[in-house]
Design a protein around this ligand. Structure first.
Ligand code: GDP
Length: 190
């Protein structure tokens, strides 16, 4: 997979002028979103891991193989952010989710070890209201013993009212689950 950074957009005017299908990755801060993007694209520093430099507050577009775009939006639920900042970011993301015609799929990340947060639930509800296809990725599955992984995914499936077959357990550190996620993405954007 060949991934190339395209642009960090603050406003709609900066969204790339392209017809490629787009796949957006969302999740709360620290869920492992940057690690997921880097592991999926086999790049070490495409997305920044474990810190919050300016760019993580923008919408980042990456061209994948010249055939689709991976879109990284700011993580939500970040405690140290001001209300003003939250409002600005919310508007920026909502504009993108609701107005971007080539947006074909939302990859929602949740932590495999925990019940989804209220923010996770709100996000899913919002995507459902837009009739956006959702691919659910449960991160850090390596932290759950192998025998308990299915149970953890079933719990998330039930809490989010999403079919178990649309939920993928992944580990960015152990590189588990990425082929399946990649296939699911390709299937959805074709
Ligand atoms: P982001 O804030 O959602 O972009 O999350 P990061 O990718 O920066 O990851 C947050 C923390 O979780 C970092 O310390 C990562 O090393 C760790 N992490 C991310 N993915 C995994 C994973 O699959 N397994 C484990 N064990 N740790 C992970």
């Amino acid at each position: 997979m060949q991934a190339t950074f395209v642009i960090s957009a603050v406003e709609k005017e900066q969204w790339p002028d392209s017809n490629l299908p787009e796949v957006v990755v969302v999740g709360r801060s620290n869920v492992g979103k940057s690690s997921f993007i880097n592991a999926l694209t086999n790049r070490k520093r495409l997305a920044y891991v474990g810190n919050t430099p300016g760019k993580t507050r923008l919408i980042n577009f990456f061209d994948i193989d010249g055939t689709w775009m991976l879109v990284d939006v700011p993580g939500y639920g970040y405690a140290r952010m001001s209300k003003e900042m939250l409002k600005k970011m919310g508007k920026m993301m909502e504009d993108y989710f609701s107005q971007r015609e080539q947006l074909k799929l939302a990859i929602q990340l949740v932590d495999a070890r925990h019940d989804p947060t209220n923010d996770d639930l709100d996000m899913i509800e919002y995507f459902k209201s837009l009739q956006m296809p959702i691919l659910l990725v449960a991160t850090k599955i390596d932290k759950i013993p192998k025998t308990k992984r299915v149970k953890a995914l079933k719990n998330i499936s039930q809490k989010l009212q999403l079919p178990l077959k649309n939920i993928y357990g992944i580990s960015s550190t152990e590189k588990i689950g990425f082929d399946e996620v990649y296939q699911a993405i390709i299937h959805q954007i074709q």
